[in-house]
Design a protein around this ligand. Sequence first.
Ligand code: AMP
Ligand code: GLY
Length: 423
Amino acid sequence: MKVLVVGGGGREHAMVWKLKQSPRVKEIFCAPGNAGIAGLATCVDISAEDIPGLLAFAKGGGIDLTMVGPEAPLCAGIVDRFQEAGQKIFGPSQAAAEIEGSKVVAKDIMARYNIPTAKYAAFTRYEEAVSYVDQNGAPCVVKADGLAAGKGVIVAMDKETALAAVRSIMIDRDFGGAGDCLVVEECLVGEEVSILAFTDGVNVVPMISSQDHKRIFDNDQGPNTGGMGAYAPAPVYTPAVHSQAMKEIIIPMIRALDAEGRTYRGVIYAGLMITNQGPKVLEFNARFGDPETQPVLTLLDTDLVEIVEAILANRLDSIDIKWLAQSAVCVVLASGGYPGVYEKGKVIKGLDQVPAEVMVFHAGTAFKDGEVITAGGRVLGVTAAGSNIVSAIKSVYAGVDKISFEGMQYRKDIGYRAIERSQ
Ligand code: AMP
Ligand code: GLY
């Protein structure tokens, strides 16, 4: 079959890499793709948000299956548009994807169905948000309601920071229309874990657990980023926590979405905080995580196309999804200055020196004059597997050591929490 992957980051490179291994797949297209994806698929110069353009390409090119990476097209209704046109596509409908597109919608559903999450209040008026923060104080977490590329969340340890966050979202409009509404949440304490699951709306099969590293600097210092690295599985997600999360969060949420007329088909992502009172939801996303997908798909043993087809036919219970009994780690190499302003166009050296067992998933890269150059904040996701977390970390950094570009920055401690737990 011919498959179209929508997106052009590290997550999409990992999806293309995994799809390429399927005996069912003849040809892969990726819109818009990047310099690394170009080695495995035909990159098509259509933006991931150009739904009419993507649909015309899928129809004209005889695409048999479309897979969507990023949230923006999902929240804009790409799945509905493709289905109306009779095109096979994998992902949640616009109504289902609203669990990521609107934090208020997600929180209200969780509240109605008693799904454990931080206590919250939602506001559409600046004055009301300010007086709430004034009365309740800090610490608290201020979140823009809509999509903000992972940047609309401010964890405020004092009242001044919280008030400044409310102002930046609602008055300065730093996140545009995403700030028409905001949520102020109780600040949860614990270790975070990402649980991705496949679902056909009824059956739910969790993937192997993973953990992102959101802060830019080692020891979780500095501002939040889109994710500086991830590993799987995450030892904090013990079998006991897993049963509790499935029983109290993942399955109830899939049932709730169905009951609310938002039947969810695709990959659902639960960002959980493992607190002293058990797992609680930080956020839901309507897609594979980035960079969690890089280690998670590295460990997926089953053909991804078989899983997708089972979901589209509402028979996810008919297949057995298998995982390698290994650990995998992804270290993100970012441009100097990221997550603030950064330069693009730096030549990337050493890609051909990386050991064969290490995968380099490209995120923000492009070709120029026959060389691979940087073209984004997160540039590469170097990924390796091993029989345990220590050996995976050793291999991944042996790969990282071969690569360089001007201003390159990365965390040296990806996976450290897993090592602490194993000791
Ligand atoms: P989100 O995009 O909602 O996951 O938020 C981004 C990051 O902010 C999360 O990965 C957490 O590190 C942090 N965060 C979000 N909500 C909370 C909360 N209620 N308590 C503590 N930290 C939070
Ligand atoms: N790694 C966080 C996300 O994909 O939203």
